[in-house]
Design a protein around this ligand. Structure first.
Ligand SMILES: [Zn+2]
Length: 317
């Protein structure tokens, strides 16, 4: 648990890789707001236990799921039945499309996809959620919504589709903090499940504008450490870089696999989960060709292949 500012706290695990997401807590008078749950029930229970001393006398009455990836809502079943769960309507579509049964089935896919997803998600207790699925948000909105929790005014903005179909950020002007979900991966590689990429870049611009518009100075990302708001620009830099590099190779007729292996990540090479480059190239190719966003198995297949090819190339050196 980390104190961010005023009554805003962040729960940030030691590493922010696959499935290891952050959560947030905004404490008001007699009531608190939770931002996201974790990927499984045991982790969510432990996280809420660590949060408890920080909101004594102000129980969590509202929870916001920033988007529909499992690592931000599969723990919803742990929340008390009285807690109102809020998400954008677009995020609920993602939750309905990809629930625990789909995620739990990925490691069973024969070949590289199964092996790769087992390495990403094998540590999480997803199987038990297939029989006992997490609660879906009961309150939805589109665009924006204002909330008052324990006297604290917060603003929910759905800046998606970008990372996923709906990407809500939680703005807390009282504390100068925005909880940005996976629109911001701090010190890690972003992955674009939905796009278009231009809209994600625009979302970064809108996030930065929260400084002037609402006095926001800090951002709690979906993964990785809390950052000054200005560093949101680094996300946009990565996305612009990949869009340009992929677009240029698409124009030259390279396949997705060829393009992903050909791109030199340069200033972004140090970021963990670098295999996400391959998935991002696939998503950008689909966008350029006017097709639908790739499926999860297509994205994981691409990354598994890229990771194997890269490891093979290093061994051969
Ligand atoms: Zn996430």
């Amino acid at each position: 648990m980390q104190h961010v500012a005023g009554g805003t706290h962040a729960w940030v695990p030691p590493r922010g890789g696959w499935g290891h997401s952050n959560t947030g807590l905004i404490v008001g008078e007699g009531a608190s707001l939770l931002v996201d749950t974790l990927f499984d029930r045991p982790r969510t229970e432990a996280m809420l236990g660590q949060m408890a001393p920080h909101h004594e006398g102000a129980p969590i009455t509202v929870a916001v799921n920033t988007h529909g990836n499992g690592d931000h809502w599969f723990g919803n079943g742990v929340l008390h039945a009285d807690v109102e769960i809020v998400a954008s309507a677009a995020s609920v579509l993602d939750m309905e499309a990809v629930g625990p049964a789909t995620v739990a089935s990925l490691p069973g896919i024969p070949g590289p996809i199964g092996a790769f997803t087992a390495s990403c998600f094998g540590d999480f207790a997803i199987a038990e959620l297939v029989e006992d699925p997490p609660r879906l948000p009961g309150t939805t909105f589109t665009g924006s919504r204002e909330l008052s929790v324990g006297g604290v005014e917060v603003l929910l903005l759905d800046l998606g589709p970008a990372h996923t179909r709906g990407d809500t950020v939680v703005v807390c002007p009282r504390d100068g903090v925005v909880l940005a979900g996976d629109l911001v991966f701090a010190e890690g590689t972003p992955i674009m499940w939905e796009g278009p990429v231009e809209r994600w870049i625009e979302a970064c611009t809108r996030l930065r504008a929260l400084g002037a518009d609402h006095g926001i100075t800090q951002v709690v990302p979906g993964h990785g450490p809390v950052l000054p708001l200005a560093r949101v620009g680094e996300m946009a830099d990565y996305l612009s870089f990949v869009a340009e590099e992929a677009g240029e190779r698409h124009a030259r007729g390279l396949t997705v696999e060829e393009a992903a292996r050909d791109i030199d990540l340069g200033p972004f090479a140090h970021l963990p989960e670098s295999e996400r480059l391959a998935a991002n190239v696939l998503a950008i190719y689909r966008q350029l060709e006017g097709g639908p966003a790739p499926t999860g198995p297509e994205m994981f297949g691409c990354m598994a292949q890229w990771a194997r090819a890269t490891a093979g190339a290093e061994e051969g050196e």
